[in-house]
Design a protein around this ligand. Structure first.
Ligand SMILES: *Cc1c(COP(=O)(O)O)cnc(C)c1O
Length: 215
């Protein structure tokens, strides 16, 4: 499909790019169908909706990723129902997730969300503040800092898409140059996954292209 073609075009192995199926707004039965077709990792944006599906499908051995904005009063649910959180953009949220993660569960995998578009309205830490946040998050005992995530502003201009994704990759490379072992670049959605894969994405978050348009 598109991921394999984009990886090949970029001289990469298709297996280097994981597909996260974004099931927000779709019912548990849609997830069940995708799981039956072999999809293992699912992304959710809204805490209560996601937790309901995680519990309904607990027997299927799926890997759940929280990818939406996270408020501090909802961290406990996320800390204990998900395997990954992609949307860490401030230390307070990370600290709460680390404190609240059940000791019997493995560390929670996290990505720091970076604002690579520079718009005031976008969530994500500013690139200049990333090194300090990364250092603090990496020190939290119940979290495992895996990489960076971005949601660049939508644009049909492929050159702009690629520039945004390249800047996230450069930030990851800088951190790795400083000794971090970050293996994850969570970037690319239905409309820009080719550009993201060309710039080194290791996880594309795809909703519409899998499940169809959301109501
Ligand atoms: C909804 C969403 C996606 C998937 O978007 P599509 O355009 O439907 O592929 C990916 N990442 C995040 C953070 C989202 O909120």
């Amino acid at each position: 499909m598109r991921i394999a073609a984009a990886a090949q075009a970029a001289g990469r192995q298709p297996a280097e790019v994981r597909l996260l199926a974004v099931s927000k707004t779709w019912p548990a039965d849609s997830v069940r169908e995708a799981a039956a077709a072999g999809q293992q990792a699912f992304g959710e944006n809204y805490v209560q909706e996601g937790v309901t599906k995680v519990e309904a499908l607990a027997g299927l051995g799926l890997e759940w990723h929280f990818i939406g904005p996270l408020q501090s009063n909802k961290t406990r649910l996320v800390a204990n129902h998900f395997a990954w959180v992609h949307s860490i953009d401030r230390l307070k949220i990370a600290e709460r997730l680390s404190e609240q993660r059940d000791v019997h569960l493995p560390p929670l995998n996290v990505c720091i969300q970076v604002n690579v578009s520079g718009e005031d309205s976008k969530s994500g830490v500013a690139p200049a503040e990333l090194p300090e946040l990364a250092e603090a998050v990496a020190a939290l005992p119940r979290l495992c800092l895996r990489g960076l995530m971005a949601i660049p502003e939508p644009t049909p201009d492929v050159a702009v898409q690629r520039a945004r994704f390249a800047s996230l990759r450069a930030l990851r490379d800088e951190l790795n140059g400083a000794g971090y072992g970050l293996d994850t670049l969570s970037m690319g959605m239905s409309d820009d996954l080719e550009a993201a894969i060309a710039e080194g994405s290791t996880m594309v978050r795809v909703g519409t292209a899998i499940f169809g348009s959301r109501a």
